[in-house]
Design a protein around this ligand. Structure first.
Ligand SMILES: [Zn+2]
Length: 325
């Protein structure tokens, strides 16, 4: 059935709507946010770009169906979001933007994770805003009831609850520790993928459980940071309170080695992470089958029948994102 052109136009208008407010720790700033990279452009992206481009998973509508596909994007736009004004961005992130990364520096590791949390908060607020606007449009037109529960109304409420839960998480585990400079409240597990050119960069945040939004939840923050021509730092960060949970969640991955470890990490990223970038060096070597498998695995996460279900990722040997041949 063809989509009503008016509804299609509404959808595209909504999908382009942007949430633009500085998300400073006190949420009191009224300055306009600037576009900043969630993955550092000058360092991390420089090790995976080819001709100033990287690949990312892009959502689109093709033949009136939503699809996710790997698309080339200019590295100056990759990973950017408008989460903080220039003043707050500079004030908060100067220690990682101006100083070389020291992987033992608690403040730097905290700030890398903090940036992932802000990116997520911005993404969920923007998502909630779009879904709420879509619901209001439907209600205005009389397509859904305003005075009784409905599926679109429930969906809008879930997104608002998610945004609220992520903000509460940030406030408790990051904003307050940032203000008191208690960087030890966030713990990290890290290892490096070494001896091969970096192919992935990421700054992601996700829940380790599948409860309905609104309740406190244990989050895991995953950063993949290419640090040199043959090394990628894999950094997992979590609140100290969630240390045992994170250790259990990551046990299989951390026990593995070599290609098996890369495979486990790839499955975790396709299953849970959203914000990652792949080098054209890798994607251009992948067979068409591998590309399709990877896009399909990622869309299961994106369009799963129920985003709260913990249906396992359908694993196939082709899902290793680190393969370059
Ligand atoms: Zn600000």
């Amino acid at each position: 059935m063809a989509l009503d052109p008016k509804k299609k136009a509404d959808f595209f208008k909504l999908s382009k709507a942007k949430y633009e407010k500085c998300l400073d720790p006190l949420l009191s700033c009224t300055k306009n946010p600037i576009r900043a990279h969630s993955v550092q452009n000058a360092t991390a992206l420089s090790h995976i770009e080819e001709e100033n481009h990287v690949y990312e998973m892009k959502f689109n509508i093709e033949n009136e169906r939503p699809v996710v596909a790997l698309k080339l994007v200019g590295r100056n736009h990759a990973s950017t979001f408008k989460g903080l004004c220039a003043e707050h961005d500079n004030q908060i992130f100067r220690p990682i933007d101006d100083r070389r990364l020291d992987e033992r520096d608690r403040e730097q590791l905290f700030l890398i994770a903090y940036r992932s949390v802000i990116r997520e908060l911005h993404a969920v607020l923007e998502g909630a805003m779009k879904i709420q606007s879509a619901y209001l449009q439907l209600a205005e037109r009389g397509d859904v009831p305003k005075d009784r529960p409905s599926a679109p109304g429930g969906e809008a409420a879930q997104h608002m609850l998610k945004a609220w839960a992520v903000w509460r998480y940030r406030y408790r585990f990051f904003d307050k520790p940032l203000i008191t400079r208690s960087f030890n409240n966030v713990r990290h597990l890290k290892f490096a993928v070494e001896g091969k050119p970096p192919v992935i960069a990421s700054s992601s945040f996700f829940s380790m459980d599948f409860k309905h939004w609104g309740q406190p939840f244990p989050a895991l923050i995953l950063n993949l940071i290419p640090t040199g021509p043959d090394r990628t730092l894999v950094l997992f960060s979590f609140a100290e309170k969630h240390s045992q949970r994170a250790a259990r969640y990551l046990a299989k991955l951390l026990r593995s080695n070599g290609a098996k470890k890369e495979y486990e990490l790839s499955c975790l990223m396709l299953d849970r992470a959203e914000n990652f970038f792949v080098s054209p060096r890798a994607v251009n070597c992948w067979s068409p089958e591998k590309r399709v498998e990877i896009q399909t695995a990622f869309s299961q996460d994106f369009f799963g029948p129920n985003p709260l279900s913990n249906a396992p990722l359908v694993r196939t040997p082709l899902l290793n994102l680190f393969d370059v041949d």
